[in-house]
Design a binder for this molecule. Structure first.
Ligand code: SAM
Length: 401
């Protein structure tokens, strides 16, 4: 193990991540992540999901209990976290989840499965490695030929306020002291930064986050970050290509620009230039994306004539709430979506919520015929819901096209 990795391990053993109660499973839905890719081969065995740098494994434990059709493996260098996670999984009786000690930079320690992992996740890890490219290359070798890899890396533009704060911390020469010694002054300095440097951006509230989150942001021993050019280079050098952002809305010009003339002019920009523009106009501190082997393609859009026979399921990231006054409201990845004007879509979602095994367009047409909806209206409703990502198209386990 190299010197930086040893220091990073000691840091995380002192401050095991994530903090208690900080469970966020939005990026952990295996079949949903796979559904974004155009896949060509059949999968005859159970889906295999690997999280590289799983920390305390809290998200995996939540998901393993819900997705019993998937085998989950979590790896990390943190000996305390891996031991604790293994013990907790045993207590919870999660037979489809295992935790292993492994160093992403040492291929001899990495686990493997026949045919490769269908889904690999690595959130908030690569930017702490002494050699992020080598780590990502190792993950590529573990990936199934038509698997997906979901990554979160720190974005250098979005980190600017935090990086300036860290420079200030360096000026008071506290970076050389140990984390615990630096903590009180680092907190006080973060408090001073709240009024201006952190105001209104992602880092607001840093002075008040709990000890583990504060250490991760402010006392880290090894940290790098990426702009989009460097990120694309990293993917390319690891033999991967970009498939999509996990939250495409964050990277859409329409979500930050109202002026229609300007939007028309910007349409001539290529995809990556549009993202670079957003990177400069906003603070995007986390670059969270889905990648796959070079040559892979994002899933083709759903055509109207495919709706009746295709398989659908409710997006597991969707939260439906029923209000006496407002009726059905939905939240997708913390974004509120207004469905009040569309009773047919509301009905489709309410039915879909009860169908844990999914449904075809034809099934839904039959179910809503009882409520006097025309087949065409239901099929159009499904297509709209797929477009707004409230429904998704899981691949049938043994019959892929
Ligand atoms: C910020 S935490 C992220 C944990 C988890 N992915 C999450 O999002 O909650 C980074 C994790 O990466 C692990 N890590 C750092 N370097 C590693 C390496 N070389 N191999 C495996 N894990 C590593 C750390 O021990 C830590 O648990």
């Amino acid at each position: 193990m190299d010197k930086i990795t040893t220091e990073v391990r000691a840091f995380y053993e002192a401050y095991p991540y994530p903090p208690e109660g900080q469970v966020d499973c939005d990026g952990y839905h295996g079949p949903l992540l796979l559904s974004y890719l155009q896949r060509t081969c059949s999968k005859l065995t159970r889906l295999q999901l690997l999280e590289a740098g799983c920390g305390r494994g809290l998200n995996l434990q939540t998901m393993a209990g819900k997705q019993t059709e998937v085998d989950f493996t979590g790896i990390d260098i943190n000996r305390i976290a891996v031991q604790e996670a293994t013990q907790r999984s045993k207590e919870l009786g999660l037979e489809n989840l295992q935790f292993l000690l492994a160093d992403l930079l040492d291929k001899h320690t990495l686990p493997g499965v026949s045919g490769g992992y269908d889904i690999i996740l690595s959130y908030g890890v690569l930017h702490h490695l002494s050699d992020p490219l080598q780590g990502l290359q190792h993950l590529t070798t573990l990936l199934a030929s038509d698997g997906v890899i979901a990554l979160m890396l720190d974005g250098s533009f979005g980190r600017q306020p935090l990086d300036r704060y860290l420079q200030a911390l360096d000026l008071v020469q506290l970076r050389s002291k140990s984390g615990k010694d630096r903590s009180p002054v680092a907190r006080a300095l973060a408090h001073a930064a709240e009024e201006q440097l952190f105001k209104g951006n992602y880092w607001q509230g840093t002075s008040r986050v709990d000890e583990i989150e504060f250490a991760d942001r402010c006392l880290h021993v090894h940290q790098t970050s990426y702009d989009l050019t460097a990120l694309w280079q990293l993917l390319n050098s690891a033999g991967l290509c970009f498939i999509r952002w996990l939250e495409p809305n964050d990277w859409s010009l329409q979500s930050i620009i109202d002026d229609q003339d300007l939007l028309c002019q910007l349409e001539m920009l290529d995809e990556i230039s549009r993202y670079r523009l957003i990177e400069r106009l906003t603070y995007r501190p986390k670059l969270t994306l889905l990648a796959a082997r070079q040559g892979s393609m994002p899933r083709s859009p759903l055509l109207a004539n495919q709706v009746a026979s295709s398989q659908f399921a409710i997006n597991p990231q969707l939260h439906l709430n029923r209000h006496e006054v407002n009726g059905l409201t939905c939240t997708l990845r913390r974004r509120h979506i207004d469905l009040n004007h569309n009773a047919c879509c509301q009905n489709i979602l309410q039915k879909a919520e009860q169908l844990s095994l999914g449904f075809t367009g034809k099934n839904m047409v039959d179910m809503l015929a009882e409520q006097d909806y025309e087949p065409q209206q239901v099929l159009q409703g499904i297509q709209d819901l797929v477009e707004s990502e409230l429904l998704y198209r899981p691949y049938p386990e043994q019959d892929m096209v």
